[in-house]
Design a protein around this ligand. Sequence first.
Ligand code: PGA
Length: 252
Amino acid sequence: MRKRTVVANWKMNKNQHDIEIFAAHLFPLLDRVKNVEIVICPSFIGLPVLSKLCTGSAVKIGAQNLFWETKGAYTGEVSPEMLVDVGCEYVIIGHSERRQIMGETDTIINRKMHAALAAGLIPILCVGETLQERENNLALQVVKGQLDHDLKDLVLLDILPIIAYEPVWAIGTGINATSDDAQNMCCFIREMLEKRFGRSTAQQVKILYGGSVNGKNIKEFLDEKDINGALVGGASLMPESFFEILEVAQNE
Ligand code: PGA
């Protein structure tokens, strides 16, 4: 069974001191966690401190966003190369909060996907429907549209992206999708990947579920055939609740 991936998305939380405290509590426990790819994504300014703390540990670090140019007059932006320089290996792209609050379009997300791969970063592409779209039976169509645009013209060589299925209505609400619904969507995503990149690549791409994941409900998602891990917001903020998730995510 392939190694599962658990990604902590800290969003706009934790200053440097909070990060030190988190690491001091979590890292000593990690000897007890086997065979899980652990990725933590702090804010941009948390990256250097987390990167130092992660040296020698199994934890990998990721950013929550990036810009698609390498350098230049782009006030307020951070380039893929800067992320690599600070020790990032992953980057979340197209999170629904960025799509909805920052107005990121699929065209922008596609440019970011290209830029991340070109810089050697593993993109974690988030897709998912709103409640209204699900209620109108549009969930599959919406996710297909996102994948079609966001993955446009990508050629996958050494690095495979990770896809996170995050129904918007499940994010931060405490209302998770059922494992059946999540599996159906993740299976559909794998079929889309197969059409675009071929069967062998589609089988290797990790597909995560995200949306109100916690230590109690994660097992039912991980038991599903096409779910290879989780993207975790709220429950990743405390070392205890994040550790609970990591313990369950270990492959038996
Ligand atoms: P949540 O957030 O676990 O708090 O629902 C998930 C996410 O936004 O990635």
